[in-house]
Design a protein around this ligand. Structure first.
Ligand SMILES: Cc1cc2nc3c(=O)[nH]c(=O)nc-3n(C[C@H](O)[C@H](O)[C@H](O)COP(=O)(O)OP(=O)(O)OC[C@H]3O[C@@H](n4cnc5c(N)ncnc54)[C@H](O)[C@@H]3O)c2cc1C
Length: 331
């Protein structure tokens, strides 16, 4: 394992923002990860675990500690498919579809690694990864213990899990096990997908993957040309009472029952209530085709992105009384 000094983090994130890490290394095996943690422990350095860098906003001042990029790879196919954390998420999904395994097709095209998928319980097009996770193997960064957490123990919620809370923040995901099915059926409950296949014959597994990729390509900026971490904010989940109150003022506000409340479309709020679609300031903008997505148009700093996001949150609060939460991890 090679330890590097003063490494620019901007190159390792899709926002293309971030100062330097004092120390940086790549872990290609669990033992390299343990070695990196031991190095940091001996020097009392904070450790930041990085996957594909697609859901982080790194600070302009960088990271005073060790950044470990997880590249532990390998897939064990079987009744339960066990995948190491550093595998690329979408390459893995493509392979499951090619093998005729149902369960991940609606999550096609999400960038990042397999190890990060449980962290925020990635979701898209009417599906969340928790639905097919069997267990998650973790390494405790303090004790070095390796253990398997059942799906229930992961405490999954909407873009949430134990790994984002104090109980789970010391866990590093090393492997994820998925229970996929040979005899699945299309999940077309999400509006865009239902519309895509409306009037057509029942889609196959690969039809669904193709459709999801096509829809995503229309909505998200191309990572080759724009810096972004995808949706910067979560869609708010509000109480039924609050939803009724907003519906009186904004009768067309889309919302549907979700877990403990009503999930409302923040993109709609930003566009129709706040009039912010395509809003831009300095080098930061809300993406024209999906206002939840913040883009670095070139040269934006983390401070500028944060100030821009705070401004958006303030406007939403003033217009609707809703406190929106960030989805992106701020480092
Ligand atoms: C264009 C675009 C579209 C996106 N679309 C979606 C979408 O549809 N749905 C969705 O849910 N997300 C979406 N995202 C967000 C992102 O792709 C996911 O959150 C993804 O799972 C992040 O993976 P990563 O490997 O890049 O994680 P990183 O960004 O590297 O890390 C994210 C967080 O997870 C932690 N982490 C990473 N790996 C590990 C590990 N092995 N163990 C412990 N902690 C770890 C990091 O410390 C950090 O806090 C999108 C992002 C972009 C840029």
């Amino acid at each position: 394992m090679e330890l590097l000094r003063n490494v620019s983090l901007a190159e390792f994130t899709t926002f293309r923002i971030g100062g330097k890490a004092d120390y940086f290394c790549v872990a290609r095996s669990v033992s390299e990860l343990q070695e990196a943690l031991a190095f940091a422990r001996e020097r009392a350095l904070p450790v930041f675990i990085l996957g594909g860098g697609t859901n982080v906003l790194m600070g302009d001042d960088g990271f005073r500690g060790l950044v470990v990029r997880i590249e532990i790879c390998g897939i064990e196919w079987g009744g339960v498919v066990r995948v190491y954390a550093g595998e690329n998420w979408d390459s893995f999904v493509a392979e499951t579809v090619a093998r005729g395994l149902w369960g991940l097709e609606n999550l096609s095209g999400i960038p990042g690694t397999v190890g990060a998928a449980p962290i925020q319980n990635i979701g898209a097009y009417g599906s969340e990864v928790e639905e097919v996770i069997d267990w998650v193997e973790v390494l405790d960064r303090n004790t070095g213990d390796i253990q398997k957490l059942s799906r229930d123990e992961c405490g999954f919620g909407y873009r949430d899990s134990i790994f984002k809370k104090s109980e789970g923040k010391d866990f590093i995901v090393t492997r994820v096990a998925f229970r996929l099915r040979k005899d699945g059926a299309p999940n077309l409950k999400y509006k865009d997908l239902a519309e895509f296949f409306s009037g057509k014959k029942l889609p196959t597994l690969s039809d669904i993957r193709r459709a999801v990729l096509e829809i995503r390509a229309r909505k998200f900026p191309d990572l080759k040309t724009h810096g972004t971490a995808g949706s910067f904010f979560k869609n708010p989940i509000i109480s039924q009472e609050k939803f009724k109150e907003l519906k009186k003022r904004f009768p067309e506000l889309p919302g549907f029952l979700f877990k403990s409340g009503v999930k409302v479309s923040l993109a709609w709020i930003l566009d129709k209530i706040c009039g912010l679609k395509g809003f831009e300031k300095n080098q930061t903008a809300l993406w024209k085709d999906q206002p939840l997505v913040l883009v670095n148009q070139g040269g934006a700093s983390a401070r500028e992105i944060s100030a821009f996001a705070d401004n958006i949150a303030r406007l939403v609060r003033e217009k609707t009384g809703i406190e929106i939460e960030r989805e992106v991890n701020i480092v």
